[in-house]
Design a protein around this ligand. Structure first.
Ligand SMILES: Cc1cc2nc3c(=O)[nH]c(=O)nc-3n(C[C@H](O)[C@H](O)[C@H](O)COP(=O)(O)OP(=O)(O)OC[C@H]3O[C@@H](n4cnc5c(N)ncnc54)[C@H](O)[C@@H]3O)c2cc1C
Length: 499
């Protein structure tokens, strides 16, 4: 638990990881999920050398869904999954529980990939929400899934009309009804949020309790014979003809390796300039079902705004409001740092936003506050690629704060890549490596800090009804800045396979 200021107190903890891996903190979702696990089988650290068809590194949604995909496509395959901490202890067990598609960024998908691929990718991202629903039902995993859609509204006049571009793009692609405009009165009637203006409803979104989903995936994988080793960090990756993952007391030699490292992917030398770990923080109220009913927020919808430092919220099954905000601390040199997990300043700001949106919650107690690291990438979409010379080490990262549902889609790609399948998934536009590169250090960290501060100042001013300063307005667009792929350092380019 933390107090409102975000000071940490005792919470569930797990085994050691590398120095820059945070231990599991006071995350309500994880507390709830681990408490429900009484008597569940442990997944001890790896000891000795093992062989596998597929070795998955990372027990977040990307790794877990990938392992599941492999068990479905190749039931006899030997799959080993390792995680430095525990399954779901990274972003996957500590996020806002928004299972949402890419319908809200359709215009960007079209601009980058063309209409046909954009429509396919958006549909697949939405089908991933169906998959979560179907998986939890079929496998009897109660992850508190509520398929009630997403309310997306302007929290300052600067965001007015943010949904118009995706709505227009969806119409042009024949995807009518995936983005439905609402006025401020309709948003207020459904949520009681006083600070919001016009917005839109996206019917396909679902709220989930993410740690219950992650731990449920872990349980199902164990049932299917996947060997899971928690407290097992990858210390080295041998990018050889037979790739190997080296751990403190063992080694996995595999036909293929899949890396689902989330923000920790920024520590890989090839991806250091392609992803930046950025903090995101959540505060949680005590159970307030009566107040939630008075607000009128009883439909189970997700609720968020259109800022760059986006606010996201949901009502939990026991009537609490979980309210978060992205765009937190920047991880220097690609590191996940303690400020990603507990940042008192960010927590105070998120708590203030919650009270601004819902003045009726002024006196409500906040029982938990926590954060996590998001893998922010140029282009704001995940990308998939391969490392080394042999095309047998695959990765996905760059989910940029929208990975709960998309990870179930991207895992379809990774599972197929690991098994050597060539189809619409493994040849889709996301399988392209990093879409661009950030400048080298120290420019990267200094620039990220300056741009982040400018965005924060600009969006705060806009919420007060003021204009952003000229300097902040000039710096803000740099959030989308990347160096083109052409300037990718030569030493990182994939060489042709050695014979
Ligand atoms: C606070 C917060 C709120 C968010 N809210 C939302 C949301 O509401 N909706 C949404 O769609 N997305 C959200 N996201 C993003 C989303 O959680 C992720 O994109 C998604 O869960 C996919 O995560 P992942 O599997 O890529 O990474 P993670 O879940 O971080 O998993 C990576 C795993 O790799 C392990 N690992 C790292 N290094 C090593 C190593 N060397 N050896 C072995 N294991 C290692 C870690 O222990 C970790 O378990 C949020 C993220 C955060 C932090």
């Amino acid at each position: 638990m933390t107090d409102v200021a975000g000071r940490p107190a005792a919470g569930p903890r797990d085994g050691a990881g590398p120095a820059d891996l945070p231990r599991v903190g006071p995350v309500f979702w994880l507390e709830q999920a681990l408490a429900a696990e009484d008597g569940e089988r442990a997944c001890p650290p790896l000891a000795g050398t093992v062989r596998a068809d597929v070795c998955v590194v990372g027990g977040g949604f990307v790794g877990l869904w990938t392992a599941l995909e492999v068990t479905e496509l190749a039931p006899d395959a030997r799959v080993v999954l390792i995680d430095a901490q525990g399954c779901g202890f990274g972003a996957s067990g500590r996020n806002g529980g928004w299972a949402t598609s890419w319908y809200d960024e359709l215009q960007d998908l079209v601009a980058r990939f063309g209409p046909e691929q954009a429509a396919w990718l958006a549909r697949e991202s939405s089908a991933a929400i169906d998959r979560i629903e179907a998986f939890t039902q079929a496998e009897d995993v109660d992850a508190h899934v509520r398929r009630a859609g997403t309310l997306w509204a302007a929290s300052s006049p600067a965001q007015d009309g943010a949904w118009q571009a995706p709505q227009a793009a969806s119409r042009a692609l024949g995807l009518d009804g995936v983005v439905r405009p609402l006025d401020a009165a309709q948003i207020r009637a459904r949520t009681g949020a006083a600070a919001l203006g016009d917005g839109a409803f996206l019917p396909d979104g679902a709220a989930v309790q993410p740690a219950l989903l992650a731990r449920g995936l872990r349980r199902v994988l164990m049932r299917r014979g996947v060997a899971i080793h928690e407290g097992t960090p990858m210390l080295a990756l041998e990018r050889d003809r037979t790739p190997a993952v080296v751990t403190p007391a063992g080694r996995v030699e595999a036909g293929a390796v899949v890396l689902g490292l989330g923000a920790w992917a920024a520590r890989l030398r090839e991806l250091r300039r392609a992803v930046v770990p950025i903090g995101s923080h959540i505060v949680l109220t005590e159970p307030i079902p009566e107040l939630v009913a008075e607000l009128g927020w009883t439909g189970g919808e997700l609720l968020g705004d259109a800022r760059l430092m986006v606010h996201y919220a949901q009502v939990t099954r026991d009537g609490r409001i979980a309210f978060g905000r992205g765009g937190g601390a920047v991880g220097p040199l690609g590191r996940v740092v303690p400020a990603h997990t507990v940042d008192p300043r960010a927590v105070a700001q998120v708590a203030a936003s919650l009270r601004r949106w819902f003045p009726a919650l002024e006196r409500v107690r906040l029982t938990h506050a926590w954060g996590g690291a998001v893998d922010r990438a140029p282009g704001h979409l995940p990308f998939v690629g391969s490392l080394g010379d042999h095309g047998n080490v695959h990765y996905a990262t760059g989910f940029s704060g929208n990975g709960v549902a998309p990870s179930a889609f991207v895992a379809r790609i990774l599972g197929r890549l690991a098994l050597g399948v060539r189809d619409a998934y493994t040849t889709c536009a996301l399988v392209s490596g990093p879409p661009g590169y950030l400048p080298p250090e120290p420019l990267r960290s200094a620039g990220a800090l300056a741009v982040r501060a400018a965005v924060e100042r600009a969006e705060a001013a806009e919420e007060r009804g003021e204009r952003a300063s000229r300097v902040a307005s000039a710096l803000r667009p740099l959030v989308w800045y990347t160096l083109p792929r052409a300037v990718e350092p030569r030493m990182w380019r994939r060489r042709r396979p050695r014979r």
